[in-house]
Design a protein around this ligand. Structure first.
Ligand code: NAD
Length: 324
C-alpha cells in the first residue's frame, strides 16, 4: 500500500514522528530554524499532510501550493497562524493541540509572576556579576503574592489551570470571559467581572485569551492606565494581544509596576526599549516547553494528522463543519 507523504516544518519530539512513520513517509525540515515563506511554499507541494508550527502562516497561498492536501495539523493550541475560514471553504481540515500543554503553560505564568514580583532575574544578575555588596534591608523589595488579587483575562483551559494553582496563596480571583466558569466559581469563589473592574482591582493580571482580531492590542496605554500602579502584567498567550510599544512607555513611566512576558508582538524581536527595563522579565516563548507537554503536542499533532489522512474527522478539528 502506498504510504502517505507527510511534511513536518520543524523537528518535533520523536513520539509523534514514530506514530506517523507507521503509515507515512515523513520528511522533516532538516534545519533548526523556521522555514522561510518560499521554503514553506515549496515543501508543502505534493504532500498528503503537513504538521506546522505557530510561525508557519497557513493561508490561501499555501493551500494553493499544497493542491490535494488532506489536512494541516498545528503543533500548538493557538491557531492564529491558520486561515481556518479559507481552509473550510476548500474543505481542508485543520487541527490544534489543546489540553496537553495546559499545565505547563499555567506553571510558566506562575514562574513569570514570581520572577517579576520577587525580582528574581535582577537578583540573579547582581550575584553573577559579583556586584552584590552583601545583605541590605532595602534591597530588591518586590510585590507580595499571598492574599492578593489575581485577575485572569480569558478563563479557558490555561486561564482556569493558572487560577486553580493560586489556591496555595489564598488569592482573591477575578476573571473575564465570554462564558461563566463554574469550576473557578465553585473551587475558588472566583468572580466573573467586566474587563475594567478586573484591571482596576487586580494586583496581578495574567493573560490567557487567544489572539484574534478582537483581542489584538486588548492591552494598550488606556488599559495600563486603569491598572494599579503596583500591579504586574503576565502574558503567556500571544504577543499581539499587547501593544508592546505602549507597554514599554507604561513601564518606563511606572504606570504599572512590572511585566513578565513569554510572547512578543514581533517575534523573535522585542520592541525597542523593552530589553533595557529592569521591571520586566522575558522568556523566549517557552511556556509549553516541558517534556510531557511537548511530547503530548507531538503525539496529538500526529494523531490528528493520521485521522485527516484517512478521511476521518480529527479529534481536535478546528473546522468540524466540513464533515457536514
Ligand atoms: N506561550 C505559549 O507557549 C503558549 C502555550 C499554550 C497556549 N498559548 C496561548 O494561550 C491561549 C489560550 O489557550 P487555551 O488552551 O486556554 O485556550 P482556550 O480556548 O481554552 O481559552 C481561551 C479563553 O479566552 C476566552 N476569550 C476570548 N476572547 C476573550 C476576551 N476578549 N476577553 C476574555 N476572554 C476571552 C475564551 O472564551 C476562552 O475561554 C492560546 O490561544 C495560545 O495562543 C501560549
Amino acid at each position: 500500500m502506498k504510504k502517505f507523504n507527510v511534511y513536518v516544518t520543524r523537528l518535533v519530539p520523536v513520539e509523534g514522528l514514530t506514530l506517523l512513520r507507521e503509515s507515512c513517509t515523513v520528511e522533516v525540515n532538516p534545519e533548526d530554524r523556521p522555514l522561510t515563506r518560499d521554503e514553506l511554499l515549496k515543501n508543502v507541494k505534493g504532500r498528503d499532510g503537513v504538521i506546522s508550527l505557530l510561525n508557519d502562516r497557513i493561508d490561501g497561498e499555501v493551500m494553493d501550493a499544497a493542491q490535494g492536501i488532506k489536512g494541516f495539523a498545528n503543533y500548538a493550541v493557538g491557531f492564529d497562524n491558520f486561515d481556518v475560514k479559507e481552509a473550510t471553504k476548500r474543505k481542508i481540515p485543520m487541527s490544534n493541540t489543546p489540553g496537553v500543554l495546559t499545565d505547563a503553560t499555567a506553571e510558566m505564568a506562575w514562574a513569570l509572576l514570581f520572577a517579576v514580583a520577587r525580582r528574581v532575574v535582577e537578583s540573579d544578575r547582581i550575584m553573577r556579576t559579583g556586584t552584590w555588596p552583601g545583605w541590605g534591608p532595602m534591597q530588591f523589595i518586590g510585590g507580595d503574592v499571598k492574599g492578593k488579587t489575581l485577575g485572569v483575562a480569558g478563563a479557558g483551559r490555561i486561564g482556569t489551570a493558572m487560577a486553580l494553582m493560586s489556591k496555595g496563596f489564598a488569592m482573591k480571583v477575578l476573571y473575564t470571559d465570554e462564558i461563566a466558569n463554574t469550576v473557578l466559581e465553585k473551587e475558588l469563589g472566583a468572580k466573573k467581572v467586566p474587563f475594567e473592574q478586573l484591571l482596576r482591582e487586580s494586583d496581578f493580571v495574567s493573560v490567557h485569551v487567544p489572539f484574534m482580531p478582537s483581542t489584538r492590542h486588548l492591552f494598550n496605554a488606556k488599559v495600563f492606565a486603569m491598572m494599579k500602579p503596583s500591579a504586574y502584567l503576565i502574558n503567556t498567550s500571544r504577543g499581539p494581544v499587547i501593544n508592546e510599544a505602549e507597554l514599554v512607555e507604561a513601564l518606563k513611566k511606572k504606570v504599572i509596576a512590572g511585566a513578565a512576558l513569554d510572547v512578543f508582538e514581533f517575534e523573535p524581536k522585542m520592541v525597542a526599549g523593552l530589553a533595557e527595563l529592569v521591571n520586566v522579565v522575558v522568556t523566549p516563548h517557552t511556556a509549553s516547553a516541558t517534556i510531557s507537554s511537548r511530547t503530548g503536542m507531538s503525539v496529538k499533532a500526529a494523531t490528528n494528522l493520521l485521522a485527516m489522512l484517512k478521511g476521518e474527522r480529527p479529534p481536535d478539528c478546528l473546522n468540524p463543519e466540513i464533515y457536514g
